[in-house]
Design a binder for this molecule. Structure first.
Ligand code: COA
Ligand code: UVW
Length: 327
């Protein structure tokens, strides 16, 4: 709770405008109500204003005049220039003016273009759209920050006494060793950005030499790459989750490690493991899971799980506002 409170406080420090493409979704409208009452960020809702106001009144929310703008991508004066911009940025990939016109009817594309053009500091979507749908526009024209090879994600897992960082739980399905190293590097940076000292565990079904196999070797290679690229980071791998988190287990399985038993950043070997582990901890251990927080993009765009709560949306908007302030 303290961590979530600190996010809201940080987000309020500098006014940022966040675009929420899913303007008629009841949870989004309830989150906007909280965000405005707590003065966290200015909001742009995308969609048909009549439908948005009807949905708001259905859930008993009054959309305030101050700090909330509604834009309909179908009739907005921005539409024409956005179509031209998309065409210019994607024609080398075969996009035509017709394709560009269709794309700008999709709220995820329109919202992402607002961020690209500096008309919003960040975008949060995904309460009713899939992850792929939410993040593909950013992959197409926001692109990665200089020096970053791939976009990945973390969840900030708020447990009773700790906040842990889990990556990648949302984007890269079967990372190569290089990609795993990059996920870990970005996750360590995201941890630092949110006040968590990174001690990085590269997870596998082996601790040290205890297990063997292709998947373990990939994690071992990724650990070596990361140690070479970021010698200042505390990194250990391969490690099993129990050896990474529990000092007593670490004392048996890997006694001389500076990370084992006290890891804060947990890098999963693939998306099957990462996505389901975060959901297991969220649903069975009662953790608040903030994210997926995307990392490596030039400008902030963040996804939600379709199972998100109103509080999850509020937290993700706060995270996005902080990323916008820092970028
Ligand atoms: C996000 C996702 C849809 C991208 O897949 P895709 O659209 O098939 O990707 P493509 O290989 O066609 O690439 C599309 C563009 O995105 C870029 N891209 C793809 N993955 C990227 C990454 N991790 N980082 C940066 N750019 C990436 C490609 O370079 C390409 O750019 P270009 O068109 O300018 O050349 C895919 O990674 C995915 O489905 N991830 C899993 C999402 C999911 O289901 N998560 C579980 C629930 S959260
Ligand atoms: C992040 C995630 O798992 O999203 P969804 O639950 O919408 O698939």
């Amino acid at each position: 709770m303290l961590f979530e409170y600190s996010l809201i406080q940080r987000a309020r420090e500098k006014r940022v405008r966040i675009v929420l493409p899913e303007g008629s979704e009841p949870r989004i409208l309830q989150a906007v109500d909280v965000l405005r009452r707590r003065d966290v960020a200015d909001i742009v809702l995308l969609g048909d204003p009549v439908a948005i106001r009807a949905a708001a009144s259905h859930v008993g929310v009054a959309i305030p005049e101050a700090g909330v703008e509604i834009i309909d991508p179908k009739s907005s004066p921005l539409r024409e220039s956005f179509i031209n911009d998309y065409y210019a940025m994607r024609k080398h990939k075969g996009a035509t003016m017709d394709v560009a016109s269709d794309r700008m009817l999709e709220v995820s594309y329109f919202g992402t273009m607002m961020v690209e053009k500096g008309l919003a500091g960040g975008m949060v979507s995904g309460s009713i759209h899939t992850t792929a749908n939410t993040i593909r526009p950013a992959f197409e024209f926001i692109k990665t920050r200089e020096g970053v090879g791939c976009v990945s994600s973390v969840f900030l897992m708020c447990l009773k006494h700790d906040v842990l960082v889990y990556g990648d739980c949302a984007v890269i399905a079967n990372p190569t060793a290089d990609q795993l190293a990059e996920i870990a590097s970005s996750s360590a940076d995201t941890a630092l950005q949110f006040g968590i000292e990174p001690r990085v565990a590269m997870l596998s079904y082996s601790t040290g030499e205890s297990g063997h196999g292709e998947d373990v070797e990939r994690v071992r290679e990724a650990t070596a790459i990361l140690k070479r690229k970021r010698p200042e980071l505390l990194v250990e791998g391969p490690l099993q989750y129990d050896a990474a988190i529990d000092p007593a287990v670490a004392a048996t399985k890997m006694p001389s490690s500076a990370v084992a038993g006290r890891a804060t950043v947990f890098i999963f070997p693939d998306l099957n493991t990462g996505n389901n582990t975060y959901k297991a901890v969220q649903r069975s251990a009662g953790a608040v899971a903030i994210g997926p927080v995307l990392q490596g993009l030039r400008k902030p765009v963040n996804d939600l799980s379709r199972g998100c709560t109103v509080a999850d949306i509020v937290n993700t908007v706060a995270i996005t506002a902080i990323q916008a302030q820092d970028s």
